[in-house]
Design a protein around this ligand. Sequence first.
Ligand code: PXP
Length: 252
Amino acid sequence: MTASATTRRLRLGVNIDHVATLRNARGGAMPDPVRAAKLAQAAGADGITLHLREDRRHIRDADLPAVQQAVDIPINLEMAATDEMGRIALAQKPHAICIVPERREERTTEGGLEVAGDEARLRDFIAPLAAAGSRVSLFVAPDEAQIEAAARVGARVVELHTGAYCDYCDAGDSAARDEELRRLFVAATLADELGLEVHAGHGLNFDNVGPIAAIPELVELNIGHFLIGEAVFIGLDRAIKEMRRLMDLARE
Ligand code: PXP
């Protein structure tokens, strides 16, 4: 860890899943996730994140190549470690792949990936994706055992799940929030020491992003639901620019 790391500009990946959620609510073509991806790029996003879920509840198969063609910034495909998703990822070769746990009944990705108990399968799953040129990340809780396992199975990145931290912020439980923040700091340090690039995301908004953005080892945040919701009121461009400003402020 270098002294200048804290001042290094954090990348912002904008997750456009929930533009597709709105589109799917009416079954038509609008609002168009491709348009959102272009707007996000113009507003300063460093990457576009999409989660192709098994049930296709938001992003659908055709959205991925359409977004890949429409923007020049890197695409980060979130997906479960299933044979079907492995085939799609190998065909589309996104810049980055973030492997997430997925249960049909959950509303969003509720917990981190169980890497430590599934090492052999994940190692076999990651190897061809990495060989095809995608940078593979694992979405994990800020837990030492999961991070050490992530380094062993060949991931280049860990994305730390900030959902619990955000829930404690919402609940006004400052003791639990501070303890979760401490876990995130420790996890980021460990991941960095193991040579993993460190990302974070889930549940971040204007009010809670500052302390996360200040974690020195972090290189990228992926933020979606709040930005798309806020866009309804102030527009996507302003929402992304304000998030960018708050992220930069936290690292001054
Ligand atoms: N990172 C990962 C791995 C995710 O699964 C999600 C949710 O799809 C996010 C970041 C973004 O979370 P949110 O939509 O709450 O900002």
